[in-house]
Write a protein that binds this ligand. Structure first.
Ligand code: TMP
Length: 202
């Protein structure tokens, strides 16, 4: 099973991934965790280029393509093989991040972005995608507390991040069979309990 966690900045998804994986392993499942962009040597190198605060001149199309290159590599090198071996793959961000950030955020043509995603992933779609939904200003404020994690995309405007959140909510509404929305404004324990319940319901 392929499960992805999505959300705007500061939604807390990264802090939930490891405990979720440990809980699943405790239930007897073999679990592999990954993050995007990254998860392979090539994808981590691409991540460094995309997120480098110095790369202010990066065009949205270049940004979109770099994410797809990083994704194609992790899909073929890690995700597909792990799924084939019977692992549950739990991924911190995946293709829906591209639709939310590069599609809705940068206001690029969604159909063109979808076509690029299909090419990059070879058509691999998650079985379950959980959106950790958080108010944009609350999320960004949370993230500024940890400056070491601040990347080039965090520095985009508030309006950009608001479009990202709207995009996520729209995608979740359009495809309710795959998406589940969890309110990230709850306490950490409640969010974790919600995440577990959503996974058990698949
Ligand atoms: P994170 O590791 O803190 O979630 O940072 C990843 C950043 O990359 C975050 O700002 C969202 C962004 N991103 C995209 O814009 N498009 C993508 O396809 C992916 C995977 C991430």
């Amino acid at each position: 099973m392929f499960i992805t966690l999505e959300g705007p900045e500061g939604s807390g998804k990264t802090s939930h991934l490891k405990p979720l994986a440990e809980w699943l392993a405790g239930q007897g499942y073999r679990v592999h965790t990954a993050r995007e962009p990254g998860g392979t040597s090539i994808s981590e190198q691409i991540r460094a280029v995309i997120h480098d605060l110095k790369n202010t001149e990066m065009h949205p199309r270049a940004e979109t393509l770099l994410y797809q290159a990083a994704r194609a590599q992790i899909v073929e090198q890690v995700i597909r093989p792990k799924l084939a071996e019977g692992f549950i793959v739990l991924c911190d961000r995946y293709a829906d991040s591209t639709l939310a950030y590069q599609g809705y955020g940068h206001q690029q043509d969604l159909e063109q972005v979808r076509a690029l995603i299909r090419y990059a992933t070879g058509g691999l779609i998650p079985d379950l995608t959980i959106l950790l939904d958080v108010d944009v200003e609350v999320g960004l404020k949370r993230k500024t507390k940890n400056v070491s994690e601040w990347n080039r995309l965090d520095a985009y405007t508030l309006e950009f991040h608001q479009r990202v959140r709207t995009g996520y909510l729209e995608m979740a509404k359009q495809e309710p069979g795959r998406w589940a929305v969890v309110a990230a404004s709850q306490g950490w324990e409640d969010v974790q309990a919600d995440l577990r319940a959503r996974i058990l319901s698949v």
